[in-house]
Ligand binder design. Sequence first.
Ligand SMILES: C[S@@+](CC[C@H](N)C(=O)[O-])C[C@H]1O[C@@H](n2cnc3c(N)ncnc32)[C@H](O)[C@@H]1O
Length: 395
Amino acid sequence: MSDVNLQRRVKRHIQAPEHDFFAVTAPGLEDLCAAELANLGAAQTTSLAGGVAFHGRLEAMLQANLWLRTAGRVLMRLADFRVRTWADLTRQAAAVPWELLLPADGSSLDVRVSLHESNLHHAGRVAEEIFWAAAKAMERQGLTAPVKALPGQDDALILQVRGVDRRASISLDTSGAHLHKRGYRQATAKAPLRETLAAALLMLCGYDGSRPLLDPMCGAGTLAIEAALMARALPPGLGRDFAFQRLAFHRPAAWAHLQKTAAANALAVPPAPIFAGDRLKSGLELAQANAARAGVAQSIQWGQADFFERPAPTATAGLVVINPPYGKRLGSVSQAEQIVRRIGRHLAEHYRGWRCGVVLYLPQWAELLGLEQIASLEVPHGGLKVTMFCGQVAG
Ligand SMILES: C[S@@+](CC[C@H](N)C(=O)[O-])C[C@H]1O[C@@H](n2cnc3c(N)ncnc32)[C@H](O)[C@@H]1O
């Protein structure tokens, strides 16, 4: 097929029409992500287990990748069908216009399959079927076919196949590296909070940048940095690359325009102060280096301090967010419990009228804080389940 002809088909079949997309989230974050998508103006958003479905043209997918703070990746649905026999899968895979989607540069392709009570049974065979459908379609058009990704290869394009009962779907990943990898956090302290979870805790507490914020045990600085990005209306994806930039339908000019508009609309300074502290100098330096990479080092007021030895940093009540230290060993579990208790006492004494968001490693610790509960959410984090708790300190 000639280049012009191919471009014309890309325009007609991929760039012009609307598509179904799916923003994948950690279980528990679906509703926060749905609210983010609604804010972006995405159409037909539906919260489902493990993510949010939405609908729109390619620009909606670009915006989702650029702006979503709680999602892990954004998938583009290529097919969603009833499957009874292998022939159904073969036919559906052959109907996907692969040559309008995949780059003709021999990129590695990783076909990931998850089956639940599916009558497809054999995940390996499903992956083979889909890979070869894509490769042969490319070859038929005289285009360089993809190659199979090696195990653990992290720069491969990803196709996701999901089979549940008698339905199956084929999706193309548009994000690439997980969206929590914003690109700013190279230096990590112990037990850093995933960026998506940090953003989720802030959202759960209703943070919008208009009131003061304190992250007194900042470690790698994730909570304070995510807060600064939110307060200044800076998209979390401004400093990184995405898989969609490699796809056949990508329009660099449209993408550049979205990035430029976002950067131009961002606030130069946060509307209310953001404070971050840690008792360790080394922790603080790490956080400052990460914040500098995120472009928000100047948006945060840093101070080396022990949280328990300081009063609130400002007389105006705001939000204090804390990811307290936690260890899995028995001794450190009871120590962590003591810290949560101490946080509760310190808040009651010095933070009257403030709101507080805390990451708790056991849900029952919420009671130790002695706060009036506003919201609470359980989410998986690093092989554990953590509770994101938001409470109000009595005024
Ligand atoms: C689990 S880490 C925080 C991780 C951080 N949220 C992140 O994502 O990188 C806990 C941090 O609390 C700090 N810390 C512990 N006790 C403290 C205290 N009393 N005052 C201030 N910082 C403290 C530790 O130095 C450590 O950096």
